[in-house]
Design a protein around this ligand. Structure first.
Ligand code: FRU
Length: 716
């Protein structure tokens, strides 16, 4: 061969081998239709999905816009997808797969009509994740042969669906996975820092101490750079040998090797100063919170426990986080107190002080603090834990104290009923296709008897969903006119009477809060001055932060007589006045349209505004706080917070507004608390102005104060 020819042949062979190593996409489900695949049954729908289907958790980890998702018409539908025949031309077939784990759910490779490779999803129990993960098959032995792919959904019931995307023939060996990868540490410090990547596949991470499983969590482990580090408190095992075991990891994952130990949080310097950290609303240092739990005053401190996922930005791994405060303003987070155990994750519940030591858990004359929680395993049961120092808690050895009634029964709230000298537990139970509250009684917190069942509503309404609360309040402060209040997680409630066994509602359900993102609030037990204090989960989403969600400001509940009957009022606690740094107080004024903005000189990040006015000729009273509009529509007697309307009647011809603005939203109180509008929001950091005007006519402003506030976070 001459040189020219040799060069040409060389280039040709390079081209051929380049072509041979290029990936071949077998299916990416991007063109809106399954064609040329054939589809039978209902499960796969008419074409590829573009994400989650109705009723499904968020589906992530697929490529592009489309994927195969057999959740069409729910888990019970079945079906089959079959590819056209193709030639196996590469050494590997890689794909993304998610959904349920079952021999009835599969992506299969068929050669000569035989299934030669098969893969299924990762989930076989409640919870789990809809994230697709990469997998592959080595198929070199079938080179040159014709094959087909099948996606099978013959499964019904929980996790009866499969998700598949991006099926590719490749010669690049895909990274493999290792099962039960583990790393052993000697615990020298308080924390192991676990790397978390939001949205990554959830791995089962087990902590073993001396070979014994201590705790198990589902964690979105970061294989490489994490979004944030979740501290795992291992101080209980200092000096001992700990093993962290992960069910499945990519062979090149740095998840385990990157874990370090130290006594302080990673990025501790920015703790509580993060850009989206509510500055006077409680939020956990790290991870997710939902419901407030175990709200109680004990030994000179308010205790706030909370549904906590220490290892995720989203819901999961329910622990009871714990914080204390002496003044309801400054909270100190103390770490998780109830960890998931063999009976299940630690769902919501409450706390009481057992003053008379009816339980026998007291010590040296110190009455015990007793926590009630749902162990949300299968069965789901009601359990207790106790403490005599408010710091360390012991789970009762004879748990559960209430057996499962129906699956999903949960959220025990316990109170002392003085007239009958017994304990009362209200428990949410889905029972005979109804949402009910079961009332139990007990002499000693350990032995419980069913006393009655209530819908909480004369019409048998279905509002009483989850997290019931139950307490008695005087009407307009008159101790001779008391009413019981039964409310559910959305704060809708009924007033009524209670004889120690049965609740008799006065009327149909009544609306609670009038805003958004307020849920599962709980009242505090044993408050020394007898106030009914209340705090809610405030659904403030803080993307990009190592924490997510928060609590509202502490509220005080009262019953006020109205022309329609006694109604709940929600007001911020007076303790919040301690946050004021600079106060601007104005003389009464008549404010006409076109007048100069009386608040024009004020600029502040954290603000409290209090205004009282008689509308007089005004049609609209308009406040704007850091870009958020708070308008009062006089004709309709409605408050409009950032476009969201809520009934807010004038009271004796006047309207009184109280507005708190934090980095994560506003809480507006109108009509002396009859109208409470919490609104989660990410407030623009640079917008610091406050304005006040009237439209359509002048209003008499009888009181006006603006307070600049400081952060409540004193750093540990
Ligand atoms: C309400 C709720 C409760 C449950 C808890 C679990 O938000 O669903 O019913 O106990 O959250 O985190």
């Amino acid at each position: 061969m001459n040189t020219q020819l040799m060069t040409a042949a060389f280039f040709l062979s390079c081209l051929v081998s380049a072509a041979a190593t290029e990936d071949k996409v077998l299916a990416d489900f991007e063109n809106g239709s399954y064609a040329p695949w054939t589809v039978t049954g209902e499960a796969f729908g008419a074409g590829p999905a573009s994400g989650p289907l109705p009723g499904q958790m968020n589906v992530e980890g697929f490529q592009g816009k489309g994927l195969v998702n057999s959740f069409y018409a729910g888990d019970d539908s079945t079906g089959l997808l079959v590819s056209p025949a193709f030639k196996i031309e590469r050494s590997f077939i890689s794909f993304l797969i998610g959904g349920g784990r079952s021999d009835r759910l599969a992506l299969q490779l068929l050669v000569d009509g035989r299934v030669v490779r098969s893969a299924t999803g990762p989930n076989d129990k409640q919870g789990g994740s809809e994230t697709l993960a990469p997998e592959s098959w080595e198929v070199g032995e079938f080179a040159g042969m014709m094959a087909t792919l099948r996606i099978v959904d013959e499964a019904t019931g929980g996790w009866g669906h499969i998700n598949v995307d991006h099926i590719v023939q490749t010669d690049v060996k895909p990274k493999g996975f290792v099962n039960d990868m583990a790393r052993t540490f000697t615990a020298t410090s308080r924390y192991l820092h676990i790397p978390v990547k939001n949205g990554a596949a959830k791995r089962v991470v087990t902590l073993l101490v001396d070979g014994q499983r201590v705790v198990r969590n589902d964690i979105e482990l970061a294989d490489a750079a994490p979004d944030w580090w979740a501290p795992m408190d291992v101080s209980a095992w200092k000096g001992q040998s700990l093993t962290l075991r992960v069910d499945r990891l990519r062979e090149d994952s740095a998840a385990l090797s990157s874990i370090e130990q130290s006594d302080v949080l990673k990025e501790a310097d920015s703790l509580y100063r993060e850009p989206l950290r509510g500055q006077f609303h409680f939020s956990p240092q790290r991870g997710w919170n939902n419901d407030p739990n175990g709200c109680v005053f004990y030994n000179g401190e308010y205790h706030l426990f909370f549904q906590h996922n220490p290892y995720g930005w989203g819901w999961g791994n329910m622990h009871w986080g714990h914080a204390v405060s002496k003044d309801l303003v400054h909270w100190e987070e103390l770490g998780d107190k109830l960890l998931p155990d063999d009976m299940g994750p630690m769902f919501s519940g409450s706390a009481v002080v057992d003053w008379k030591n009816t339980s026998g858990f007291g010590k040296d004359g110190q009455p015990p603090l007793v926590l009630f929680y749902t162990a949300a395993g299968n069965p789901a049961t009601q359990c207790l834990a106790y403490s005599t120092d408010g710091r360390t808690f012991t789970k009762y050895h004879a748990n559960p104290v209430v057996k499962e009634i129906t699956g999903g029964n949960r959220d025990p709230k316990v109170i002392w009923h003085e007239p009958t000298q017994q304990w009362v537990m209200v428990l949410y139970v889905e029972w005979q296709q109804r949402h009910t509250v079961h009332f139990f009684t007990s002499p000693n917190l350990k032995d419980w008897q069913l006393a009655s069942i209530s819908d909480g509503d004369k019409t048998g309404g279905r509002y009483l969903y989850e997290c019931p609360d139950f307490f008695e309040l005087p009407v307009d402060g008159d101790a001779t006119r008391k009413k019981w209040v039964l409310l559910g997680a959305d704060s809708q409630y009924a007033t009524g009477s209670f004889d120690g066994k049965s609740f008799l509602p006065d009327a149909v359900r009544l609306p609670g809060h009038r805003g958004r993102g307020f849920y599962a609030a709980q009242s505090f037990s044993d408050v020394p001055d007898g106030r009914r204090l209340f705090i809610g989960w405030w659904q403030t989403e803080t993307k990009g932060m190592p924490f997510n969600q928060s609590m509202t400001v502490p509220l005080e509940l009262k019953l006020a007589q109205t022309t329609d009957g006694p109604r709940l009022t929600f007001m911020p606690v007076k303790e919040l006045e301690a946050l004021r740094t600079k106060s601007h107080r104005f003389d009464p004024m008549t404010l006409a349209p076109g007048d100069k903005n009386p608040l024009g000189a004020i600029g502040a990040e954290l603000v409290e505004v209090r205004v009282e006015f008689e509308p007089h000729k005004a049609k609209e009273i308009a406040l704007k706080i850091r870009g958020i509009t708070v308008d009062y529509d006089v004709a309709k007697q409605e408050l409009i917070v950032a476009g969201h309307r809520a009934a807010a009647p004038l009271r004796d011809g006047k309207q009184r507004l109280v507005i708190y603005c934090d980095r994560t939203g506003v809480e507006v109180f109108a009509s002396d608390g009859l109208c409470y509008v919490p609104m989660p929001f990410l407030v623009k950091p640079d917008e610091r102005s406050v304005s006040f005007e009237t439209r359509g006519g002048a209003a008499h402003v009888t009181a006006l104060e603006v307070h600049e506030l400081r952060s409540a976070w004193t750093r540990p």
